[in-house]
Design a protein around this ligand. Structure first.
Ligand SMILES: [Zn+2]
Length: 390
C-alpha cells in the first residue's frame, strides 16, 4: 500500500477546521464546497456544481473508464442549539483534550476533510490506470433531503456516472474508529387506515356497526404475525425481522353512549429486504378483508431498504479498518437514514464508514484527533484496494 505523505493527518485536521469555521447550517453551504472544489480541481478533478433550489451539490470526477469509487458526504450541519451550552464557539474549531470541537467535527466535516485528502493522495497514483474517483457532497443531508443526493442520483445515471462502489462518510463508529460499518438500512412503509362503521346508540347495537369491534380481531392477527425472519449472513443477523407497529388509533365521539361511525389508525412497517412493500401491503389487505372489515387504506413508502452483500467493497472496507485501526469492524444496518439510500438503488455497492457518533447533533460535538488523522488512511486504503490493486 502506498503510504500517505506524513502530513496527511495534519492536512485533514487543518481542512476540517476550515470547514467548521464556515457556518453551514442546512441548506447553506457557505463556501465549503468551493474550498474543496478548488483543491480537487488542482489535483486534476473535473468539477460539476449542481444547484437545485437553494441546495449546493458538488461532484468532483477524476478519470473515466474502469472501476469507479465514489466518496459521499455532506457539508451542511444541524443548528448548534443554545450557544451558552457550548464550552467553545461551535463555529470556532477548538483542539483540546485530544479532540477537535465544533459543529460538524464528527457529522461530518471531519470525514469530508479526510475524503478530500485521501482523494488528493489517490489521484496521482491513478495516472495511466483505468478507473474513476469521485466525490459527491451536498448541503441538504440534515434537512428535507429533497434537492440533494435524491436529485443528483438520476443525474449520475443519465450521465453514465453511477459508481461501482460508494463509501459514505457518515459517523458510523460507536466507541472506536471503524468498530462498526453500516451495510444497509431498513425500509419504511406508512399506512393510513380508515374503518367504516355505522354510528348508533350503544343500547341498539343491531342498528349500528362498531368499527372498533370490526377491526379488533384483524388487528390481533396483524400484530401477532411474523412478517419475515430478517436477513442472516454467516450466522449473524444483519437485518432484524420486519416489524409492524400501530402508532395512532382514534375512534369515538367522546360520549359513552354512542357507537362511533368510523375509526382511523396509522400503521408503520420497518422492513428488511426479505419483504417487499407490495407483499406487505397485500398481506395487510388480505387479513382485513378476510375479517370482513369495511376499510380504505392509503400507503406511503418513505424509504426502500438496501443491503450491500459481502463483495469487493465490504472486503476493502474491512481490510482497511483492520490495517489502519487494528480492529475487526462489525457490519450493521441500524441507525438513522443517510444519503446512501439514494445511491444504492442505482446498483452501487454502498458502505458507510466514518468517525465515532457519540456527540453528533449534540452541544460540544467533537472528534478524536487520532481518529481524524487515521481516517484519510482508511479511505485511501479502500481506494487502493479497489482501484490500485491488480
Ligand atoms: Zn451526517
Amino acid at each position: 500500500m502506498n503510504a500517505l505523505t506524513p502530513d496527511a493527518g495534519e492536512a485533514t485536521l487543518a481542512l476540517a477546521e476550515d470547514l467548521i469555521a464556515r457556518q453551514s447550517v442546512t441548506p447553506d453551504d457557505n463556501g465549503c464546497q468551493s474550498m474543496i472544489a478548488q483543491r480537487l480541481s488542482a489535483a486534476g478533478f473535473h468539477i460539476h456544481r449542481l444547484e437545485f433550489g437553494d441546495v449546493s451539490n458538488l461532484l468532483a470526477v477524476h478519470g473515466d473508464a474502469g472501476p469507479s469509487l465514489m466518496f459521499l458526504g455532506h457539508t451542511d450541519v444541524v443548528p448548534p442549539g443554545p450557544l451558552e451550552d457550548w464550552d467553545s464557539d461551535p463555529f470556532e474549531p477548538s483542539r483540546r483534550d485530544g479532540c477537535l470541537y465544533g459543529r460538524g467535527a464528527a457529522d461530518m466535516k471531519g470525514a469530508v476533510a479526510a475524503m478530500t485528502v485521501a482523494l488528493e493522495q489517490l489521484a496521482p497514483a491513478m495516472a495511466g490506470r483505468p478507473g474513476r474517483l469521485m466525490l459527491l457532497l451536498t448541503s441538504d443531508e440534515e434537512g428535507p433531503a429533497q434537492d440533494g443526493v435524491r436529485r443528483v442520483a438520476p443525474w449520475l445515471r443519465d450521465h453514465g456516472l453511477v459508481p461501482d462502489y460508494c463509501v459514505v462518510g457518515e459517523p458510523s463508529s460507536v466507541e472506536r474508529l471503524g468498530d462498526l460499518v453500516r451495510i444497509g438500512r431498513r425500509g419504511s412503509l406508512h399506512g393510513r387506515l380508515r374503518v367504516h362503521g355505522v354510528q348508533g346508540h350503544v343500547a341498539y347495537p343491531d342498528k349500528a356497526l362498531n368499527p372498533i369491534h370490526a377491526l379488533a380481531p384483524a388487528l390481533a392477527e396483524l400484530v401477532a404475525l411474523d412478517w419475515d425472519d430478517g436477513v442472516v449472513e454467516n450466522g449473524v443477523q444483519v437485518f432484524p425481522p420486519t416489524s409492524f407497529q400501530v402508532s395512532n388509533i382514534n375512534a369515538g365521539t367522546g360520549a359513552d353512549n354512542v357507537i362511533p361511525g368510523r375509526l382511523e389508525a396509522l400503521v408503520n412497517f420497518r422492513f428488511c429486504p426479505a419483504s417487499t412493500p407490495e407483499r406487505l401491503r397485500h398481506r395487510v389487505e388480505t387479513i382485513l378483508s378476510r375479517h370482513g372489515v369495511d376499510y380504505t387504506i392509503g400507503w406511503r413508502l418513505s424509504g426502500e431498504p438496501f443491503l450491500t452483500s459481502p463483495g469487493r467493497l465490504r472486503e476493502a472496507v474491512d481490510s482497511a479498518v483492520m490495517s489502519v485501526c487494528g480492529i475487526q469492524s462489525r457490519a450493521d444496518t441500524g441507525g438513522g437514514t443517510s444519503d446512501g439510500r439514494f445511491i444504492a438503488p442505482l446498483g452501487s455497492e454502498v458502505v458507510e464508514v466514518g468517525l465515532v457518533n457519540a456527540s453528533i447533533h449534540k452541544v460540544n460535538e467533537h472528534a478524536n484527533l487520532t481518529d481524524l488523522r487515521r481516517l484519510p488512511q482508511v479511505y485511501q486504503a479502500i481506494g487502493q484496494a479497489l482501484l490500485l490493486t491488480d
